[in-house]
Design a protein around this ligand. Structure first.
Ligand code: ADP
Ligand code: MG
Length: 238
C-alpha cells in the first residue's frame, strides 16, 4: 500500500518550473533515498510533502487522504533538517515537547512521549540541558527527537547528517535506520552522499531537473543505470 502518493505534482516559482508533473508512490514502511544534483528540487519536493510549500498543481496523498490543502500540523508527518533549528533558550525536554504542546496534548502524554523518544535516542540524561551544552551529534539527536515524539507516519529528512564529521555521520546513519525500524515509519531521506543512499535505502529515487530520472533498488541502479547521468551519480561512490 502506498503511504505517500505524489500525483502529477508540479511547482513553479514564477516562470521557473522546479518540479515538473512528478508521480511517485512510496510504500508503507519503505526507506527511500532521494538523490540528485544541487538545485534539482529535492528540498522543494520534501517541503511540499510536509505542507511547507504550496503545490502549483497535482495532489499529495497520505494513505487514502488528499492532504494537498492541509496545514503542516494536520499532516501525519515530521521533518528533520540539516540545520538543527533547535530553540536555543529551551531545554532539550522543552524542545522535544514543543510540538505536542502546540497540539494541546495532555501533560502526562507529553512526558511519556518525550521520555520514550529520549530513551530511543540515548538522550535521557541530557533532557534538562540547553542545546549549546550538547555536542553536534547530540543536537542532531534532539532534532530527531522533536520529530519522533509525535510518532509520525511519515518521516522526511533533508540532508540531516551533512553538517556532522565523517565518523559521527557513520554512527548517525545507523541511528536513523534504527529509528525508522523501531517506529515502523515510512521515510524519505534526501542526501547527496552516495554511500548513504546505497547503504541505507530500500529504494533510491534519482532526480534530475525536477523529474525522476530513475528509481529502483540500490544494487539495481548500480548494476543497471538507465543513463550516463544515473551511472555517474550512483556508480562512482566517493
Ligand atoms: P535541491 O534541494 O535539490 O538542491 P531546491 O528544491 O532547494 O533544490 O531548489 C530547486 C530550485 O528551486 C532551485 O533552482 C532553487 O533556486 C529554486 N527555489 C527553491 N525555493 C525557491 C523559492 N522560494 N523561490 C524561488 N525559487 C526557489
Ligand atoms: Mg536541498
Amino acid at each position: 500500500m502506498a503511504t505517500v502518493s505524489l500525483q502529477g505534482v508540479r511547482k513553479d516559482f514564477g516562470s521557473h518550473t522546479v518540479i515538473a508533473d512528478l508521480d511517485l508512490e512510496i510504500c508503507d514502511g519503505e526507506f527511500v533515498a532521494l538523490v540528485g544534483p544541487s538545485g534539482c528540487g529535492k528540498s522543494t519536493l520534501l517541503r511540499m510533502i510536509a505542507g511547507l510549500e504550496e503545490l502549483t498543481s497535482g495532489a499529495i496523498l497520505i494513505g487514502d487522504e488528499d492532504v494537498s490543502e492541509k496545514l503542516p500540523k494536520d499532516r501525519d508527518i515530521a521533518m528533520v533538517f540539516q540545520s538543527y533549528a533547535l530553540y536555543p533558550h529551551m531545554s532539550v525536554r522543552d524542545n522535544m515537547s514543543f510540538a505536542l504542546k502546540l497540539r494541546n496534548q495532555a501533560p502526562g502524554q507529553i512526558d511519556e512521549a518525550v521520555n520514550r523518544a529520549a530513551e530511543i535516542l540515548g538522550l535521557t540524561e541530557y533532557l534538562e540541558r540547553r542545546p549549546k551544552d550538547l555536542s553536534g551529534g547530540q543536537r542532531q539527536r534532539v532534532a530527531m527527537g522533536r520529530a519522533i515524539v509525535r510518532s509520525p507516519k511519515v518521516f522526511l529528512f533533508d540532508e540531516p547528517l551533512s553538517n556532522l564529521d565523517a565518523k559521527l555521520r557513520i554512527t548517525m546513519r545507523a541511528e536513523v535506520i534504527k529509528l525508522h525500524q523501531a517506529l515502523k515509519t515510512t521515510s524519505v531521506y534526501v542526501t547527496h552522499d552516495q554511500v548513504e543512499a546505497m547503504t541505507m535505502a530500500d529504494r533510491i529515487v534519482v532526480m534530475r531537473a525536477g523529474q525522476i530520472e530513475q528509481s529502483g533498488r540500490p544494487l539495481d541502479l548500480y548494476d543497471y543505470p538507465n543513463s550516463v547521468f544515473v551511472a555517474q551519480f550512483i556508480g562512482t561512490p566517493t
